[in-house]
Design a protein around this ligand. Structure first.
Ligand code: ADP
Length: 159
């Protein structure tokens, strides 16, 4: 069983994340989308909201599982019997941080390989952060996120 973990904040899930999940699931028997429970990051959406939005969109995809995770990624990968970590690479700006993380994770556990996947070009400028900013300012985000996410963002910002 070739199993990969795709970790992230997913605050909220965007079409860019879904593009990466779709690519990863073709390469692995199972992809575990691991939503980080990280108190430091102060997300807009609670952990439960982020899980629910992912489940509404990505759990329909065959061989994809959505779970929450806390703690060290390599420990989680071991517990899930996953040999690979998937990360998305959008631009050179992602590279430095991702490179550092990948090599550190390798140092912590040489058995876990990090694999970078590039999304469709039209998603290379997309991030949860920028989508939240556009939604907050009342812009149209319908082409960047699934419908349920667009609705959830509108609810957050029209309160
Ligand atoms: P994190 O807080 O771990 O960066 P994110 O939810 O922002 O969590 O991102 C999770 C992963 O998805 C990261 O590897 C990030 O580079 C990738 N990613 C985010 N948006 C996109 C996108 N539009 N295209 C491809 N990869 C993306």
């Amino acid at each position: 069983m070739r199993r990969a973990i795709y970790p992230g904040s997913f605050d909220p899930v965007t079409n860019g994340h879904l593009d990466v999940i779709e690519r990863a699931r073709k390469l692995f028997d199972e992809v575990i989308v691991a939503v980080a429970h990280n108190d430091e990051k102060q997300p807009l959406f609670s952990l439960k909201e982020r899980l629910d939005l992912l489940r509404e969109t990505a759990s329909k995809i065959n061989n994809v599982r959505i779970v929450k995770f806390k703690g060290l990624l390599v420990n989680f990968a071991q517990a899930q019997k996953a040999g690979a970590v998937i990360r998305g690479l959008r631009a050179v700006s992602d590279f430095e941080f991702e490179f550092q993380m990948a090599l550190m994770n390798r140092k912590l556990d040489a058995a876990v390989e990090t694999i970078f996947l590039m999304p469709k070009e039209e998603y290379t400028y997309l991030s949860s952060r920028i989508v939240k900013e556009i939604a907050r300012l009342g812009g149209d985000i319908s082409s960047f996120v699934p419908t349920c996410v667009a609705k959830a963002l509108n609810r957050k910002f029209t309160r």
